[in-house]
Structure formats: structure tokens, C-alpha cells
Ligand binder design. Sequence first.
Ligand code: G1P
Length: 289
Amino acid sequence: MKAVIPAAGLGTRLLPMTKIQPKEMMPILNKPAIQYVVEEASFSGFDQILIITNRNKKVMEDHFDRNIELELALRRKGAYKALKELERIEGLANLFYLRQKEQKGLGDAVLCAENYVSHEPFAVLLGDDIIISDVPAIKQLWDAYERVKAPVIGLEIVPKDHVERYGIVEPGEEVEPGLFELKSVIEKPDPKRAPSNMAIIGRYILDPEIFSWLKGSKSGVGGELQLTDSISRYIPEKGLYGMLITGHRVDIGSTSDWLKANLEVALLDPELRPKVSQYFDELRALGKI
Ligand code: G1P
């Protein structure tokens, strides 16, 4: 099964950190963000993963490759646990990389995957949305795709005043708990025009018709080729479904999001949770918060 991870964005909202370092390499605790996403795809059975990258993101490729010097050093020190972890990361999937020449939007990044995907349904996982869940989010969508035999996108309820940050859906019939037939999708609507507060989070199972629609599509919001605009074409053609994902999503779009992501993932970790809580109790006792 094939997955595509668009990870070519410039990360301008995280500057200066992202001047040289790709935002997808920002750490969430001790792992770069992109590793969470690759693991999610891999644990869901997607063993062929194309990462859409750009000319400044080579370090992302290196992270999933072997580092022979480091391996030798770890072996010499007898650090076998660390060595095993490195081997696990290198073996996560068959990774392919393709550079988007110019950052012309998410739709354009997905279009780069056309030849790789060929005729099969495929998964798209956005490199800056991280979802912590028992059943990986993209597996939840894939299982739904197999039941409804039509494209399925991941959803989350967001506060009403945040709708302009997301693609927003107009849900129709709820065919199973949390799984909706969709009537329309709109990218970053004005809150007054938003059909709901159900937002598209960065997980999609799509059929390959999307590529011809993307090619025929004009730029949308922000002057970029928007994936959401072409996804709406499934609705009259074969139907489109949206599923509320069970799990906890964090994103790394801005500095405050990234900071929150680290704290939230730490709070989900049974070992770190008491330490983080204790730290906040101490800050409160000192009147610092
Ligand atoms: C993209 C999609 C949007 C989606 C969001 C989720 O927007 O275009 O539909 O809701 O990801 O993170 P971006 O965050 O790249 O502006």
C-alpha cells in the first residue's frame, strides 16, 4: 500500500528555527515530527511511502538512512538498545523522495505523486499534523474506505472561531457513528460562511482521479493549488466521506502550537506526565503562572 507525505512547506511561521532545519524535523520530545507520521503510515501497513520534499530538506532523508559511523560507535560502547532503535527507524518502510520545485500549495505537492501512485487508492498524511492514537489515524480511515468504497478524509471538531484555518466540511448522513457522507468541502472559509465546525485534519484516503482534477484546477485560497478544491469533485462523482478521528491531534504550524505539542505529548506519556505536572505545580507555587 502506498502513502504520500507532503513535507515541502517552508515553515515560515517557525522562523528563524526553520531557516535551515525543516519544520518536519522539529522535535516532539525526542523524535522529529516526521518520524511520528512515517511510523503512523508504517504501523498501518503502508510500506511504500513517498515524501514530497524540497531542495532544503535533505536532512529528512538522512534521518531515515543508516549512519554507519554512529552505529560503529554505539556498537563499540555496547549501546545495543540505541542501536536497535536506529535499525528500527531505518526499517520502517521503503521511503521514496521527490522534490517539489516550487511551493505552489498542497494540491501541487500531492500532484507530484501522480506517477508514483499510478492506479491504486492511496493515503495522504500531512507532515505537520501529528496524531497520537491507539489505532493509527490513517488505519482508521483505510478501514472505513474498505467499508464505503469511496474516498474518506479525517475530521476533527474545532472551535468555531478557528474554522478559517482549516478545510471545513458540510456533513450529510451519519452512516456509522462518526462517519459522515459529505455534501460539500470548503478551504479556509470565512467563519460566517462555514457550513460546520468539522475540520479536515491532515489525513486522507484518495482515489487516483484526484490527479486529473488537480491538473485542471485553478489556484484557490492564498493563490495556492488547494487539495480541498479538487477533493470536492468526488462528491458528485462517487461520494466522499469524512470520519471523526479517534485520537489526539497536535500540530506544529506555529511556535506556540509546537510548544503545546511537546507538552501534550509529554502529558500522554506515563513516565513524563507526573514530572510535567510537578513542574507546573512548582511554577504555580512560585507564582510564576
Ligand atoms: C491544510 C489543508 C486544510 C487542512 C489542514 C489541516 O492546510 O489545506 O484543508 O484543514 O491542512 O492541518 P494548511 O495547514 O496547510 O494551511
